[in-house]
Write a protein that binds this ligand. Structure first.
Ligand SMILES: Nc1ncnc2c1ncn2[C@@H]1O[C@H](COP(=O)(O)OP(=O)(O)O)[C@@H](O)[C@H]1O
Ligand SMILES: O=P(O)(O)OC[C@H]1O[C@](O)(COP(=O)(O)O)[C@@H](O)[C@@H]1O
Ligand SMILES: [Mg+2]
Length: 646
């Protein structure tokens, strides 16, 4: 009867992940419990302790092999090596489908993507045509193994290696579920522009054509709405040959227009069976809705998402295409701002970069440049006045260097500006419309220096749309090619409802909803932000909460002051709350004669109940630190020389 030792030896010889040294060491293993082979071949699990000797070090490891059978696609081998301290080494316990989130316990989990055989289990498969393609047969191990997974976290504890979430590795499979002449693919681009869109389109078209022999590829014109309101464009390698050298998208794009029923009807009416959707978080959420509906209808149509966002705010993936290009192009604006600033006395160059909710472009552009003195991002609320505020820092840097450069991400400081210009407006996709932090900062800085009679020459550069409209750079071009290829390999292999992207350097298939349920934001507790702070030596604005609380207290005190003042004038204040277009006046005053006087002083006179007072001077003392100057465009009801303790 064969022993467990030989069973393990034979298993090990089939596991490519081990180095030769590890394999040798493992083959000299000492089984803790010898078991008859009959038990092993009949069960799905081999589990034993082995002594490992490799690299001159000895360690006892626990090895587990588990075979799980997945519907329609043969077996799946999960494998790993754990350490003695672990109760159980990496186990692939559950195959999760249809975007369901795994029930993670203390072991490894595969967050799998759906497959058309989930609802069409009898679909036939075919050998991958790549196996006869001279370019690819030259490369050994070109095909991805069914059990290749990519770990979400690669920094692990030695005592628990291999734990946590894993994704299916992207790449070509031995078997495909589409014959080339059966495929009718379509490509759509949605949302904002981003460098590299054309490269992705080009590589999907050329990849399908040359690798899989697909000849029927349609371009959807103008985003989601184009599915049902515009004509399609027939795409060929010839047509897309040069498009990667151009910015924008040859297909056009749009926000809004996601009508699930109309889109799915158009997909079916046109006989499309592979849908490639390029877009950001909103677009990917829309892609998930389309996938769900196609699945519900039980049709053989796969949906592949290619994540696009210049802001780099899509979760899980290492970075999004176009981001590198944006950071590189931002250098030109920063350089210009620097040249302008250093050419004059007290020169400040202010550059606004994109970044609605996350400040990655600003952070990386700052780190890359080394000319930036201060980087403001949405993740770090900042304030202007008082100790540790921006005004103080600008003065300090100007004293030291005579000039400075500020980079601000467009989503930064929104809460400060919003106080004055309350808006709930959003675009066709429901994205909140941003207030222009660049202009607001410009105005605030200029006014603050003018009031203090200090010279300041400020040059404001807003290159945002110029950055986003350029073609992708060399590194993004290669990246876009990999994304496109990952997408077509996945679609041809029958996977659906997935988005692609590199996870710790290896491309993976990620359930769409897993990629969109959270947003990638700069982690200000991470060392990268510390690197930025140390490179600029800017304030950390950690007192933000305290300062804002102070302002609120001052505002409240000001209301009381106004109330008292009106009352002492013999007027009868009417205490009521009025909501005027989102602006709430705590106290409104009704008085004919007092109207103009009060309006001048408080801007809250009859007939002016709707107006807010803009740009009042304030002088606050917050926990001993003086906050002086104008609060830009902040709404403030007649506060002057008030003191508040928070
Ligand atoms: N939750 C959603 N469900 C369906 N479609 C959505 C959803 N969110 C956004 N979309 C659609 O996705 C498209 C692009 O979204 P948008 O947020 O503008 O850009 P991005 O994809 O770049 O984030 C729009 O057509 C929008 O209508
Ligand atoms: O003016 P538009 O087209 O609405 O786009 C502006 C927004 O798009 C963004 O570039 C983000 O878009 P994506 O994430 O889709 O690339 C933001 O930084 C910016 O606020
Ligand atoms: Mg978006």
């Amino acid at each position: 009867m064969a022993s467990l030792s030989s069973a393990i030896a034979s298993t090990l010889s089939r596991v490519p992940n081990f180095t030769e040294a590890e394999r040798c060491g493992l083959q000299q293993h000492r089984c803790a419990r010898e078991q008859p082979l009959s038990q092993i071949t009949n069960v799905t699990q081999i589990n034993c302790a082995v002594a490992v000797s490799c690299d001159g070090r000895s360690r006892t490891a626990r090895l587990q092999r588990q075979v799980l059978l997945g519907p329609g696609r043969g077996g799946f081998w999960g494998s790993s090596l754990g350490f003695q301290t672990r109760r159980m080494a990496l186990t692939r316990r559950t195959v999760h489908r249809a975007c369901s989130r795994a029930q993670a316990t203390d072991e490894a989990v595969l967050e799998d993507v759906p497959h058309v055989t989930d609802w069409l289990p009898d679909l036939p498969s075919f050998p991958n045509p790549l196996q006869d393609n001279p370019a690819y047969t030259a490369v050994k191990q070109y095909f991805v193994e069914e059990d290749d997974v990519v770990a979400k976290n690669v920094v692990v504890k030695l005592r628990t290696p291999g734990e946590g979430t894993h994704f299916r590795r992207a790449g070509p499979r031995q078997k495909v579920y589409f014959k080339p002449d059966e495929v009718r693919a379509c490509i759509v681009t949605c949302g904002g522009l981003c460098p590299g869109l054309n490269t992705v389109i080009r590589e999907i078209v050329c990849g399908l054509w040359t690798q899989y022999g697909v000849r029927d590829i349609l371009g959807i014109d103008g985003g989601y709405a184009g599915f049902y309101s515009n004509n399609t464009i027939q795409l060929t390698p010839k047509l897309v040959n040069d498009i990667h050298k151009r910015g924008g998208t040859i297909l056009g794009t749009s926000r809004g227009g996601h009508d699930k029923t109309k889109i799915v009807a158009a997909i079916q009416d046109r006989g499309i069976n592979q849908v490639y959707i390029i877009g950001g978080d909103g677009t990917q959420r829309g892609a998930a809705v389309i996938y769900e509906e196609l699945k519900r209808r039980g049709v053989k149509v796969v949906v592949a998402g290619i994540p696009k966002t210049i802001d780099n705010d899509i979760a899980i993936i290492d970075k999004s295409f176009g981001f590198d290009t944006a950071v590189e192009e931002a250098q030109r604006a920063i350089n210009a701002a620097h040249v302008e600033a250093e050419s004059v006395k007290n020169g400040v160059g202010l550059v606004k970069l994109m970044g609605r909710y996350s400040g990655y472009i600003a952070m990386y552009a700052t780190l890359a440049s080394r000319d930036v003195d201060c980087c403001l991002i949405p993740e770090v609320p900042f304030y202007l006045e008082g100790a540790g505020g921006l005004y103080e820092f600008v003065r300090k840097r100007l004293r030291e260097n005579g000039h400075m450069v500020i980079v601000v991400a467009e989503g930064a400081g929104q809460e400060l500006i919003a106080e004055s210009t309350l808006t709930t407006k959003s675009d066709a996709s429901g994205n909140r419309l941003l207030l222009d932090v660049g202009l607001w900062l410009c105005q605030s800085l200029k006014e603050n220096f003018a009031e203090a009679n200090e010279p300041l020459t400020l040059k404001y550069i807003d290159p945002t749309y110029m950055i986003r409209a350029i073609p992708s750079n060399a590194s993004d071009n290669v990246y876009c090619t990999l994304l496109a290829h990952s997408a077509i390999h996945g679609a041809m292999a029958g996977f659906t409802g997935f988005t692609v992207g590199p996870v710790n350097g290896r491309h993976a298939y990620i359930p769409i909803l897993a990629a969109t349920e959270t947003q990638n934001r700069v982690n200000v507790n991470d060392r990268m932000w510390a690197r930025l702070l140390s490179s600029t030596n800017q304030p950390d604005f950690l007192s933000y909460e305290r300062v804002i609380e102070g302002k609120k207290a001052a505002k409240a005190a000001a209301s009381v002051h106004k109330f008292a003042k009106v009352a002492s004038n013999g007027m009868l204040p009417i205490q009521e709350k009025k909501t005027n277009g989102g602006v709430r006046d705590e106290v409104s005053v009704q008085s004919g004669d007092e109207k103009s006087k009060d309006a001048k002083e408080t801007n809250v006179g009859a007939g002016q109940k709707d107006t807010k007072q803009l740009e009042p001077s304030v002088n606050l003392v917050v926990q001993g630190s003086s906050i002086e100057g104008k609060i830009g465009l902040m709404e403030n009801p007649s506060v002057s020389n008030k003191t508040a303790e928070s």
